[in-house]
Design a protein around this ligand. Structure first.
Ligand SMILES: [Mn+2]
Length: 231
């Protein structure tokens, strides 16, 4: 199975709890839509854990992008002093920054900003739509558009075309009328009511606001079911 998660925000124990709840195994794939770090105190432990999972695929969110921009700035200031740069990068994470090593920084720098498969597309915040309401080709979107998009989350924004877009970035409790923290799957008007193919949906809003709500969810591509754990 393929499970997609977003905005874990340094909730290390809660993430382990989620892997246990879905009985995540070597034959499964995990996709993270970004914002693994910040807000909680387990940023570096979580990065190292996911980096070492052979069946995990990750993209960067605005928080990883913000960290990388800070890193690139430090490298311009002190291009010859890697020790100073690493010291400052460790201080960036007040919780467990002391555990940060260069290989994790290099790994973050190597990550893409979208994952595109035949039937779905993973981005952090959203993707611009063209005049026909279709998502533009992700390679033509800028990093800023992908990690900071402000419009895509709106329930009024419908995506035409054949792919489902999975994203996070804004807690769904800000969108749902009852303020609850659950994944929102937007079903296509033309899709059969009981269908369970990923292409029956045009977008899946994944961010359950784990660091505020204590709820972390993921969405399974094959079953189209959401799974949750709570602190
Ligand atoms: Mn974000």
């Amino acid at each position: 199975m393929t499970y997609v998660v977003s905005d874990i925000h340094a909730q290390y124990e809660l993430f382990l709890q989620l892997l246990g709840a879905i009985k995540f195994s070597d034959s499964d794939t995990l996709i993270s839509c970004g914002d693994i770090i910040d807000k909680g105190d387990g940023s570096v432990r979580l990065l190292k854990l996911i980096k070492n999972m052979p069946n995990a695929r990750c993209i960067n969110g605005n928080h990883e992008y913000g960290f990388l921009k800070y890193y690139w700035g430090l490298m311009r200031e002190s291009p010859n002093d890697f020790d100073i740069v690493l010291k400052k990068l460790r201080e960036y994470f007040p919780g467990d920054g002391a555990l940060l090593e260069w290989d994790t920084v290099d790994w973050l720098e190597s990550l893409p900003y979208y994952i595109e498969e035949k039937e779905f597309l993973c981005v952090h915040a959203g993707i611009p739509l063209d005049g026909n309401g279709r998502a533009v080709a992700p390679e033509s979107a800028t990093r800023e558009q992908l990690v900071y998009d402000r419009n895509f989350k709106s329930p009024q924004i419908e995506v035409k075309g054949s792919k489902c877009v999975l994203f996070g970035h804004t807690p769904t409790s800000y969108i749902l009328p009852d303020g609850s923290s659950r994944i929102i799957a937007y079903r296509r008007r033309e899709a059969p009511r009981e269908g369970c193919k990923i292409t029956d949906f045009y977008k899946i809003h994944l961010d359950t606001g784990a660091y505020i709500s204590g709820v972390l969810g993921c969405f399974c591509i094959e079953t189209c079911k959401a799974h949750y754990v709570k602190k």
